[in-house]
Every structure is written in C-alpha cells, then in structure tokens.
Design a protein around this ligand. Structure first.
Ligand code: CP
Length: 304
C-alpha cells in the first residue's frame, strides 16, 4: 500500500485491501502481546463529532503499537469555539503528532486537512461522505466469515447519509461481490455513489424490501438511520423505525447469514438477534483494533 493519507475507500485497490487485512490477521493472532513496533508514536485524535468505537479503537491501536495518543477533546472544550479554522487546527496538531485521525461533520474535511499537513491524515468520518478505516474492519470481518469473492451482500437502511455504506460499497467493487441495496426511496444511495459503482463495474441492485432478496444473502449489513444528518426532523420521522430486523426476520434467511452493523444501533436490530449465530457486529467492532494497528503501521512506514 503506497498512500500518505487514507481519505476515501476509492483509494484502495484490491491489493491494498488484502495487504492491510493480511497484516491485521497477523496482529490479531498475537493481540495479547505488546507489538511495540512504534515506540514513541504520538497519534492525534481530532473528533469534531461524537465517537466511541473509532476513537477508542485508534487509541487502543496506537497504545498497542507502543505509542500514545493526544486528544483534541470535545469541540466545546477546544479553541474551535473561538473560531479557529480546521486548516489552522490541523497545522498546529501536526507539530504535536506523527499522524492525525480526523472526524468532522463536513464532507471533504479530511481531504482538506490532508492538504495542509505533512503527517498522515486518516479520515474517521467526514459528514455523509466516507469512513474508510471502518470499511477495512468491515472487510476483515466479512473475509473471516465468508471470504471476499463470490459473495452476495445486502446493505440496508440509510444509504443516503450512511458514510460507512459509501465506503464499503466502493471497496466491495474490487471483489466478485453482488451488492443489494435495500432502503426507502428517500434514502437511496446518492447518485454520485451509484455512478462510481457503475463505472467500477460493480454488480448492483436496489430494493425497497428485504424479504425478496434475504434468501440470497451471505451478509446483511444493517445501518442506523442517521438522524443527525436530516435537514428536517419530519423527514426523519417519516422513515424512522422502518427496516428493523429481529430473530424471526432472519429465520427466513440462510442459516449461515452474517449480520453486521457499524454500530451504534438504535432499533434496527432487535436484541434477540444478539443471541443468534448471525450476530457479528460486536466482533466486527472488536476487529477495529487489529485492523487499525495494521493500517497505522503501514501508513507510518509509507511516511518514513
Ligand atoms: N462505527 C463507528 O464509526 O462508530 P463510532 O461513531 O462510535 O466511532
């Protein structure tokens, strides 16, 4: 993998993805041991939006590599409230850190930040845009369960605002994967994402109901309706609560169906699914640590 920054899943070739996942597999096999490949590493965590998994797993990853982290903290406690620009904020933090993990509500924020600094920037979510490190752990989880070729994946929920969906769909286009997108009409994949998938030759179909396609799926990737991205609360209420699954829904699907979710969930996966063999979303979240360790090692090696 030869990249200075990780901004979009579209950057990642099949070979890039396989290289990161292979290394993540090695890391995962020995996660209990201190890897210590990067003593002295300081990772900057800049989260302009809330996070549990992404922030904590990058924090854990840096520490398990022998490094440490510095955290901008909440927007409210930072000098962003005094009007500091994103460009100035990251230019300051590059003096304190060897790499920056950035989450921001604006699409394109990570790309912009990467143009102002000389340390690697990892996009940890830019509005409704991309979340490529999530995609790497999603692919790692899928590969562990089913491999990554000759696969049928259903992606359901908020496909319009779900950045994990945009990144995952793009990355899956590198593999022999049939992609089924299931959503209300108002939350279809954005036209630009559909266009890119078409250009990539991806095998894509869109549906408004899960039922007709459920029996074909190897993986069902469920997403939360991204309430915080709706410009209008009434629009959110019109679709909230649709596309929920429970153990009974899944009884009509394949026995080896893997159910994934980037989390956090609200009500789209009923708790009774947790007790089934289908549920992979907590393991998926746990996979964030070895995958992000591998990713950090590789970006830092590229950066020299
Ligand atoms: N999946 C994900 O990005 O979770 P967080 O918002 O908790 O980081």
């Amino acid at each position: 993998m030869r990249h200075d920054h990780l901004i979009s899943a579209a950057q990642l070739s099949r070979s890039d993805i396989e290289t990161v996942l292979d290394r993540a597999g090695e890391v995962a096999n020995d996660l209990g041991a201190s890897r210590d490949s990067h003593p002295g590493l300081v990772l900057g965590l800049c989260f302009f939006e809330p996070s549990t998994r992404t922030k904590m797993s990058f924090d854990a990853a840096a520490k398990r590599l022998g490094g440490s982290t510095i955290d901008m903290g909440s927007v409210e406690s930072s000098s962003v409230t005094k009007g500091e620009s994103l460009a100035d904020t990251v230019r300051v933090i590059e003096g304190y850190a060897d790499a920056i993990v950035l989450r921001h509500p604006s699409e394109g924020a990570a790309k912009l930040a990467s143009e102002f600094v000389h340390v690697p920037v990892i996009n940890a979510g830019d509005g409704a845009g991309q979340h490529p490190s999530q995609t790497l752990l999603d692919l790692y989880t899928i590969r562990e369960e089913h491999g990554l070729d000759d696969l049928t994946v259903g992606i359901m929920g908020d496909l319009k605002y779900g950045r994990t969906v945009h990144s995952l769909a793009s990355a899956l286009a590198n593999f022999e994967v049939r992609q089924h997108f299931i959503s209300p009409e108002s939350l279809r994949l954005p036209r630009s994402v559909r266009f890119d998938l078409h250009e990539a030759g991806a095998q894509v179909r869109e549906h408004t109901d899960l039922e007709p396609v459920l029996s074909e799926l190897d993986v069902l990737y469920v997403t939360r309706i991204q309430r915080e991205r709706f410009p209008d609360e009434t629009e959110y209420r019109a679709v909230a609560g649709e596309y929920q699954i429970d153990a009974e829904t899944l009884a009509a699907g394949p026995d080896d169906l893997t159910v994934m979710h980037p989390l956090p969930r609200v009500d789209e996966i009923a708790p009774d699914v947790d007790e089934t063999d289908h549920a992979s979303y907590f393991q998926q979240a746990h996979n964030g640590v070895p995958v992000r360790m591998a990713l950090l090692e590789m970006l830092l090696e590229n950066h020299g």
